[in-house]
Design a protein around this ligand. Structure first.
Ligand code: ATP
Length: 657
């Protein structure tokens, strides 16, 4: 079974670019590790060096009673500023004092070999003179005085505290910049450097356009970008300018990043990839400096492509009321990006690709021609595209022979490419859990259910009474939607709890680009069918309809205030497609209009509710039969409804495949 355990890791993530290679004779980058190495070597050297020649401390009494009488001393030097005396032993006599030097060979020991400390009250002249006088002529030693300055020691003492502080500071910055331990990318020295990953021609794990299913128009657009870089002359000869950037816009999981990766795989030019949030750092000015660094690197490698994923992290519209919601650092970064994008000549061979699912909140300056000249919309896949995407993701899976991929594509309207990839993976995992040798259709259906509804929770404790309410509620949805011409076609109804829902009616929404008032009204009535059923059957209502009510309230408000579907309100839309008025401080209509909107919304909902109740009353016998069947079987399908109610009017057929 070929399934991968879901993981948050990005399998494509390449190792960070190491700074060392010098392909075109550029200088190696400065690496802070060298400072540490040099510092440590210096300290080790000093330690070894000092250790080899430093005198051994002994006591004055030993000198006076053993060394001096034996005539082993050549000279003693009184160091006046340090209160100690250095002892120079004759070379021939040194072997007698071997025990003071441990394992060291006495031949290598340099003079002075010993020293002893004297108190400040010690009258050196008199004491040494006395001993010297008592010695016979051959054993006499000379006496000198001198001053010593330990410059290295002093410098080290001075340096110790600042060095320690510097070390701690560096350590903290490495941690804060989050790059500690990353080869070639760590430390305060690189905090302003761009974090872009570089995919070169010979990068492994290449993704090609073959891995991107559907998205034909988007593919053509991005392929043209690749062509711009490969044959710029073809376009510039006619006087045209090569676009500077293209923005991929679309809902999450529709394959924008995948498309960019395919461009990287196909373009055969260096491809820098980074996310909008990579510019953001806690330090002021870092974002702007990273943008500069990114463009510097890109220009060095031109022709090349720079891909910025989730560009809304930096590209969000700059605020007009400075100080209140402004984020200076992000705005500086955006300003730098704007400058860089318009700052280089259009023929310099750097093309910026960016992806976002919030194009509405992007700064207008970023979107203008000359920066992102092209906007490529990547929408949720349609039936045929889903079929293609399934084919791509089923490639590595062991599925049963004669598997009907078209059926799967039909069962998954509204699914994004990422959802489809997830369905395939979940199906493999489900089949593996059941110890199957191939993945079957049912595994895929289970995977779809799981992705839409969440995990089945058969162990949830539900009383008999509650179960009855749920069954009638769901049967209410099913009956109304089945009998209304424009409602979505029903797929199945279940009263097995899943995720947070206690039961569900599953529909196969029609794939359409525009929706009519009738369709919206019929769907609202079907959604209210649950609550209507409870009221009719039990004469009391429950909290179970909250989700339904939330959905229809939103829908009714949208119909009245966005779609202009209320006669009394008229053809007016208060929808703000710019997304600028996020906080909704000012309503663009009067109190009177607000009242009218509320009134119209209530009317729409009331009419739909009455419609649902009417249908249920008219078909009470069939509706009860359905509810009892649901109680018995827990899951029923559209075929069962067909047996009870007869064929549905306007059953939507998928004719594309
Ligand atoms: P987001 O906006 O959330 O970043 P995205 O549009 O960038 O989403 P991708 O990361 O490109 O989405 O897609 C996620 C996964 O979905 C891909 O790794 C791939 O497995 C699958 N996928 C999406 N679209 C397609 C497609 N057209 N063909 C094949 N696989 C697809």
């Amino acid at each position: 079974m070929n399934g991968t355990i879901p993981s948050t890791q990005n399998p494509q993530s390449a190792p960070k670019q190491a700074p060392t290679p010098l392909p075109n004779g550029r200088k190696p980058r400065f690496n802070p590790t060298w400072i540490y190495i040099i510092l440590c070597s210096f300290l080790v050297y000093l330690w070894v060096f000092n250790n080899g020649s430093s005198p051994v401390q002994i006591q004055w009494i030993d000198v006076k009673e053993k060394m001096m009488p034996a005539g082993d001393i050549e000279k003693i030097t009184l160091i006046t500023n340090l209160n100690h005396v250095e002892v120079y032993v004759k070379k021939d006599s040194l072997s007698k004092y071997k025990k003071y030097f441990g394992f060291k060979e006495t031949d290598h020991i340099t003079a002075p070999q010993f020293y002893f400390v004297i108190p400040s009250t010690f009258d050196a002249d008199t004491k040494f003179g006395e001993v010297r006088q008592q010695l016979p002529a051959g054993k006499k030693f000379s006496i000198e005085t001198a001053e010593r300055r330990d410059y290295i020691g002093r410098v080290l003492e001075w340096l110790f505290v600042p060095a320690l502080l510097l070390f701690v500071w560096l350590l903290m910055f490495r941690r804060m910049s989050g790059t500690a331990g990353v080869p070639g990318g760590g430390g305060i020295f690189s905090v302003g450097r761009s974090k872009a990953q570089l995919f070169d021609k010979d990068h492994k794990n290449k993704i090609t356009f073959q891995d991107v299913a559907g998205l034909e128009e988007a593919k053509v657009e991005v392929m043209e970008i690749v062509d711009f870089l490969k044959n710029p002359k073809k376009y510039t000869e006619l006087g045209g300018k090569i676009p500077k950037g293209a923005l991929l816009i679309g809902p999450p999981g529709t394959g924008k990043t995948l498309l960019a990766k395919a461009v990287a795989g196909e373009a055969n030019v260096p491809f820098f990839s980074l996310s909008g949030s990579d510019f953001v750092e806690m330090f002021v000015g870092v974002g702007a400096s990273r943008v500069r660094d990114l463009f510097r690197q890109a220009k060095e490698k031109a022709p090349c492509i720079v891909f910025i994923d989730e560009i809304d992290a930096v590209g969000r519209a700059r605020s007009k009321n400075g100080g209140f919601t402004s984020n200076d650092e992000r705005e500086n970064t955006l300003n730098q990006l704007l400058t860089e994008m318009d700052g280089f000549g259009s023929n310099s061979g750097v093309i910026i690709l960016a992806a976002t699912n919030r194009a509405d909140i992007l700064d207008k300056a970023l979107l203008r021609a000359g920066r992102f000249d092209r906007q490529i919309h990547v929408d949720l896949p349609e039936l045929k595209e889903r079929f293609e995407i399934f084919k791509v993701h089923l490639r590595g899976l062991k599925i049963t022979d004669g598997f009907d991929i078209a059926f799967l594509a039909k069962q998954t309207p509204g699914f994004s490419g990422a959802d489809i990839a997830n369905v395939c993976n979940e199906a493999a995992l489900i089949a593996a859990r059941k110890n199957k040798s191939t993945i079957e259709k049912q595994d895929f259906l289970d995977a779809v259910d799981r992705i839409i509804g969440g995990l089945e929770r058969k162990s949830k404790i539900i009383t008999k009474e509650e179960k009855r309410t749920i069954a009638y509620h769901e049967a209410g949805h099913a009956t109304v939607s089945w009998l209304l011409e424009h409602a979505n076609p029903l797929l199945k109804v279940t009263i097995i709890p899943r995720g947070r829902a206690l039961g569900a009616a599953w529909y196969l929404p029609e794939e359409r680009q525009i929706t009519t008032t009738e369709q919206l009204l019929d769907e609202m009535a079907a959604t209210l069918g649950g609550r209507a059923a409870e009221e009719l059957v039990f004469s009391k209502i429950s909290t179970g309809a909250m989700n339904d009510l939330e959905k229809i309230t939103k829908q009714a408000y949208a119909m009245v205030s966005y779609f202009g579907m209320s006669e009394k309100v008229g053809n007016i839309s208060y929808y703000d497609s710019t997304g600028q008025n996020e906080y909704g401080f000012n309503r663009p209509y009067s109190e009177k209009t607000a009242e009218l909107l509320d009134h119209e919304v209530k009317k729409l909902i009331d009419v739909s509710y009455e419609k649902a109740k009417k249908i249920l009353t008219q078909h009470k016998a069939e509706f009860s039969q359905l509810a009892e069947l649901l109680l018995e079987r827990e899951v029923i399908f559209s075929e069962d409804l067909e047996q009870i109610f007869g064929k549905r009017k306007n059953m939507h057929q998928h004719e594309l495949l």
